[in-house]
Design a protein around this ligand. Structure first.
Ligand SMILES: Nc1ncnc2c1ncn2[C@@H]1O[C@H](COP(=O)(O)OP(=O)(O)OP(=O)(O)O)[C@@H](O)[C@H]1O
Ligand SMILES: [Mg+2]
Length: 227
């Protein structure tokens, strides 16, 4: 019996998400043949200068942009080879994408914007989460009346309401003061650890990046391992 256990423990766990040999270019080559693996409970930060391709890489990882070459594997599927419907299901149910520019529905209240997430995922809005994000008291307001930071936290609440398996976050705390940013990031880190999820975070704040398990810098079309 013990032999079997030993053997099992030697097998490397399958990554949650695996990007293989990814290359992409728009007007100029952004990256060429880069690889990345994300495991359960792991957080990875991607840093790099403006225009180096961080958001583009995150879009590729999160099912939104097919790369010029290479593949992204999730749950035994190659994201860009499966049927559109399957891809939409993964995006809707398993992936939580926090955009650099957050897309809230103007003309609707904060609560209505959150209800969309519950409709799509059949999860309820977690009052505790809204309190932790300090937006519980603005839920009746139109999103157009919320401060930039409140809108950002609302879009984070909307993503977390889905209970995603992977959070993809592009500068999620860009509009927040340092203390609020730390609080929000701690909520995201706790979520990942408590739910066997994973997170890929794009940021230009080195201090925040270093709180992740791994840090890569996108430079000279490659991912340089910083941590
Ligand atoms: N859809 C697109 N069509 C054409 N060019 C694009 C597109 N998306 C991004 N680019 C270009 O690719 C380059 C990298 O953009 P990207 O948004 O990935 O950079 P970034 O590293 O996230 O920068 P920042 O730190 O400023 O957010 C830029 O030159 C940008 O203009
Ligand atoms: Mg960007």
């Amino acid at each position: 019996m013990s032999d079997i256990n030993t053997e099992t423990s030697l097998i490397a766990p399958v990554p949650l998400l695996e990007a293989q040999n990814i290359s992409h270019e728009f007007d100029y080559k952004l990256f060429s043949n880069i690889n990345l693996s994300l495991h359960e409970k792991q957080t990875i930060a991607i840093i790099g200068t403006s225009g180096s391709g961080k958001s583009t890489f995150l879009n590729i990882l999160s099912s939104l942009l097919k790369p010029n070459s290479g593949n992204v594997r999730y749950d035994n599927s190659d994201l860009y080879a499966i049927k559109k419907r399957e891809l939409l299901n993964i995006r809707r149910e398993d992936f939580g994408i926090i955009f650099q520019a957050h897309y809230l529905f103007r003309g609707f209240s904060a609560q209505e914007n959150l209800n969309i997430a519950t409709l799509l995922s059949s999860n309820n809005v977690d009052e505790g989460l809204l309190k932790a994000l300090k937006i519980d008291f603005v839920m009746k307001q139109d999103v157009g009346e919320l401060s930039g930071g409140q809108q950002q936290r609302l879009s984070i609440a909307r993503v977390m309401t889905k209970h995603p398996k992977i959070i993809f976050a592009d500068e999620p705390t860009g509009n927040l003061d340092k203390q609020t940013a730390n609080e929000v990031m701690n909520i995201l880190f706790d979520y990942v650890h408590e739910n066997d999820a994973g997170m890929i975070l794009v940021t230009h704040e080195d201090e925040l990046a270093m709180q992740c398990d791994k840090v890569y810098k996108l430079v000279d079309q490659q991912l340089q391992e910083i941590k």
